[in-house]
Design a protein. Structure first.
Length: 263
């Protein structure tokens, strides 16, 4: 079991209740990463399901959970021959923190009937760059859990040269050797810096609503994350992320609605 597996572990208490422990190692300057929190919820939801994989997840972030004990309450809604539907709520100190609707199914390793090619060709790994290590006092513990190698233009904001477009692109893998699985993908779809940074905004950009789809089980190796946005307006922005595995297959898609940071 890897550290990430331990940090997302859900222990069954009864048919609809799971004990979890929110790990402080996935913080982004104070708040915890939304992808990590979704992975915690999905561990419980899949365990309670007759199927193996979380193929669609919609999460609404009502509050920002704190590190420490919490529970996931899973309410089955319907189960059919090929898919099951459930509501899963992350609860801490008796207060709902995240509400989610989750569809589970069992994916098979089959070739696609149609597969669109990636809209962007990434540079070679050796031509991509890391962000500087955060200062210990920043509270950015998430960066120690994963490796991100960025397409250089998309982190021009770091030196005061944003591209002016909402975009972010990087290669991703866990810092501890681990083949990607659906729970790693839940983290990956929310692992990029907010795309508004590249449009000139700064500061914590809290996610309000995030939906992601698991499209295929990923091959071992680096994942490619392609992030973009369509509209920044009135303090809100959208972010879409496409995840491809080391074989170039589309394995996850995500869209979130978030607030523009005030930093």
């Amino acid at each position: 079991m890897t550290k990430f597996d331990e940090a997302t572990q859900a222990i069954r208490v009864d048919d609809g209740t799971y004990d979890v422990c929110i790990d402080p190692g996935y913080a982004i300057g104070g708040p915890l990463n939304g992808g990590y929190l979704m992975a915690v919820i999905l561990r419980a939801a899949v365990d309670a399901s007759p199927f193996d994989h979380p193929v669609s997840t919609t999460a609404q972030f009502l509050k920002a959970p704190a590190p420490g004990p919490a529970q996931v309450k899973v309410e089955p809604l319907k189960a059919g021959r090929t898919a099951a539907f459930a509501r899963a709520t992350l609860v801490q100190d008796g207060v709902a923190q995240i509400e989610s609707l989750i569809t589970t199914a069992t994916l098979n390793d089959v070739g696609p009937i149609y597969a669109e090619k990636s809209a962007h060709d990434m540079p070679a790994l050796e031509d991509c760059v890391k962000l500087p290590d955060p200062k210990p006092e920043s509270g950015m513990t998430l960066s120690a859990q994963m490796e991100l190698l960025f397409d250089p233009p998309t982190i021009g904001w770091l030196t005061g040269n944003p591209t002016g477009r909402p975009e972010s692109r990087a290669y991703f893998r866990m810092a501890e050797p681990q083949d990607p699985d659906p729970y790693v993908l839940a983290l990956a779809v929310d692992a990029l810096p907010p795309v508004v940074f590249s449009a000139g905004a700064r500061g914590w950009a809290p996610t309000v609503d995030l939906t992601w789809h698991l499209r295929a089980l990923p091959a071992p190796g680096w994942l490619t994350l392609l992030g973009s946005g369509r509209l920044i307006s009135d303090g809100w922005f959208d972010e879409e992320v496409e995840v491809r595995d080391s074989a170039g297959r589309l394995v996850a898609q995500a869209r979130q609605l978030a607030r523009v940071g005030r930093g």
